[in-house]
Every structure is written in C-alpha cells, then in structure tokens.
Design a protein. Sequence first.
Length: 137
Amino acid sequence: MKLSLQILSLCIVIFSCNNRDAKRPTTATETGTEFIRATLDGNFKAAETLLLDDAQNKSMFESYKNYYERRSSQEKQAYKKASYNINTLTDVNDTTTIINYSNSYMKQPMNIKVVRRNNEWGIDFKYTSADSSITTN
C-alpha cells in the first residue's frame, strides 16, 4: 500500500512537470516575452516552439542561431544576464501584435511581430529579421 502510494505520487509529479513544459503561452504578450527571454538565454529549442510554422521563418531563425553561435562566450553571457524592457505593445488587430523592446546589453530598440493562427500565438520571425533596427554583424 505504501509503495503504491509512493508510485502514484511520483507519477503525479512527473505528469505535472511534463504538463508545465508543454503549456503554450495564451496571449501575444506572453508569447513575445517568452521568445525574447529564450533567445537572450540562447535557449533556441524553447524559442523555436514559439515560431509560426513557416519554412521561411524556420530558415531565418536557423540563420539567427548560427549568428548567435559565432558570438564569444563573454557576449553570450552578457545576453543571458541581460534584462529586457517592453517599450510599446501595438495591437495591429485582434490577431497581430507588434512588441517593441530593448535589452540591457544591446540597448537598441527592436520589434517582434506576434500573430495568432489556429488559436495559437506565434512569432513571425520574417518580420523581426526584416526590421531595420536589427543588426547581424
């Protein structure tokens, strides 16, 4: 009896941890801020789950990952330590939001576009990459 109670408790813990990992953000703001934090942290696996499912998006994001990987370890640490500020949130319509933000490392305003498709919010990285405020030296 005691063993089965311990196994049941372990199953509940494992199930609740898996559920938390699989939970998608439910708003444009949550999606945008999770994407910003994940990219600053270099957590591209998490960031990629927030992209709109689009071949061009994935290709451009892959290029960004390669850019990030060429950065020095000191620069990557600076990104990880950076905080970010949301400067403006602009709801273009009920399915599109533009988030203008900056981080404490780059101190340069940048935009990301968050779009709702099939009742899920996702990052339109094509818009982000085309933004003239983003530099990729």
